[in-house]
Design a binder for this molecule. Structure first.
Ligand code: 0X9
Ligand code: ZN
Length: 302
């Protein structure tokens, strides 16, 4: 069977999601978003106990960076708990959860195919100069390329792309945000590593959004919840004070879509990008308590 505490192929993840939707048709629907550059079908998981209630929406994505395997694992675990844990379900009633577990499936599969590819980060689109891939988290259309990016298509880390939203994968995330902008109250992009919970602005560390105290305080509440569950606390600050990098999804959600709470969550500390599978059963439930805290706040406030 499918263990939720393992790293899976993109195909196994898709099959798991199809099964969940089939077993819980009252709760889970899958929305086709389109196909990745290499043709992988991307599906948004929508979890709602009452789709007609116009509940506030929490949108979580993961895996924009190919090598950060713990992020899709967490997104999948979130689906698992929301659907199967009656206690968690009660707490999360009144909020709709939209989850996109693998934003960059081509890159993700690439990191699985050989040991020498394990640390690939970008998408797999073909650039001129015979190089591949764009950093999806430099590709969003807000203050695009103003800081923390490379303009070299062969840069393996932070190439921002030839223009904003050059990648079909970031366009799909943008579309989800646009279509749901009125109800979207919290956006979290899951990454690894370092145990940071950061908020806008990411493009600059020179100043903060006017409402930064709300962003900061919810992040601390979430960190406390994770810590109470036995996990490590998160370092909470603005992304740009950590290091400025423009074109991130968090800034786009906050600055263009107007999502009131927007974060990038860097999961785990230690092991860098190679977080051991055997420890997933320890940390994923700890992180889940953080998402419970996110949900409680959104429910209370909206
Ligand atoms: O640099 C990134 O894209 C993120 N860190 S990672 O190590 N996972 O690559 C941090 C992004 C924070 N947000 C912005 N800078 N907008
Ligand atoms: Zn990342």
């Amino acid at each position: 069977g499918f263990s939720i505490f393992e790293y899976h192929s993109f195909q196994a993840i898709q099959e798991y999601l199809e099964n969940v939707a089939k077993r819980h048709p009252d709760l889970v629907t899958l929305q086709n978003l389109g196909t990745s550059y290499q043709g992988r079908r991307m599906k948004l998981v929508k979890i709602s106990s009452d789709p007609n209630a116009n509940n506030p929406i929490i949108f979580i994505d993961a895996g924009i960076h190919a090598r950060e395997w713990v992020a899709p694992a967490m997104a999948l675990y979130l689906v698992h708990r929301l659907v199967n844990d009656p206690e968690a379900r009660q707490e999360l009633d009144g909020v709709d959860w939209y989850i996109l577990p693998v934003v960059n499936p081509d890159g993700y599969e690439y990191t699985r195919t050989s040991r020498s590819n394990r640390l690939w980060r970008k998408t797999r689109s073909k650039n001129n100069l015979g190089c591949f891939g764009v950093d999806g988290n430099r590709n969003y259309g807000f203050k695009w390329a103003v800081s923390g990016v490379s303009s070299n298509p062969c840069d393996t880390e932070t190439y921002a792309g030839p223009k904003p939203f050059s990648e079909v994968e970031t366009v799909m995330v943008r579309n989800v945000m646009m279509e749901n902008r009125n109800r979207l109250k919290l956006y979290v992009s899951l990454h690894s590593y370092g145990q940071y919970l950061v908020y806008p602005w990411g493009y600059t560390g020179d100043f903060l959004p006017k409402e930064w105290k709300k962003l900061d305080s919810l992040a601390r509440t979430v960190s406390d919840a994770v810590q109470r569950a036995g996990g490590k606390p998160f370092k909470v600050l603005s992304a740009g004070k950590w290091y400025p990098a423009a074109g991130g999804s968090d800034d786009f959600a906050y600055g263009v879509i107007g999502v009131p709470y927007s974060y990038t969550m860097e999961l785990t500390d230690g092991y860098e990008f190679l977080y051991p599978e055997r420890l997933l059963r320890v940390v994923l439930p700890q992180f889940f308590e953080g998402f419970r805290a996110f949900g409680a706040q959104i429910k209370k406030e909206f």
